[in-house]
Design a binder for this molecule. Sequence first.
Ligand code: ADP
Ligand code: MG
Length: 228
Amino acid sequence: MRDESLIICESITKQYQSGGENVDALKGVDLEIASGEFVALMGPSGSGKSTLLTILGALNPPTKGILKIDQIDVYKLSTERRADFRATYMGFVFQQFQLIPYLTAVENVMLPLAITDKPGEEQLALAKQALDKVGLADKTHRLPNQLSGGEQERVAIARAIVNQPPLVLADEPTGSLDSNTSKEIMELFQELNREGLTIVMVTHNKENLDYTKRAIHIRDGAIEKGEG
Ligand code: ADP
Ligand code: MG
């Protein structure tokens, strides 16, 4: 990965149609994020954080504007190519973890590898390696409901990094954890960032700013001045 900007947003707007009304969720976002950054995306509820994160995640086309990741104009790609791009470039961690309840930890972590042409044995080895990295080597065969909240979060993080993507996007990943567990999870993200992973994390929690390198504040669909 190059040192220059990994992510470039140019004049990104997003309008949703809701019950005959237009909602301006993003009102012209310009933003650059370099490879190796750990960015906290902060702002009040409804300010557009999740919208921006899903746009960065190649999941939600902007109404106007351009998203470039590693110099690729993401929303110019066909839907299929965009899916391949997503699988190569990013991992996602959601607040509710979204683990499949009837799959074991290691099976959950293997899911993103299912669409690759890697042989099954290699998929299993990569998933075990990712679980080892998040400190769960001894719990690979547990079901999600046999794991604590923090452990489930670790499984979700292992699943996000199993493809070894350069970028991880996380939407309030510590939102449902107690403060000690949150700290452990933030330490894990920090360690992954130190190893070179670029992370963009939506968070409400100011304590998480102890672990990130930069905070971007968004209000009413726009980035507050002095940042970006
Ligand atoms: P945040 O994550 O900061 O709480 P969101 O990005 O979820 O903010 O939402 C920004 C604005 O866009 C809010 O007014 C929200 O109601 C609206 N919004 C988000 N998603 C949709 C959608 N799918 N359809 C209509 N309106 C939406
Ligand atoms: Mg949100």
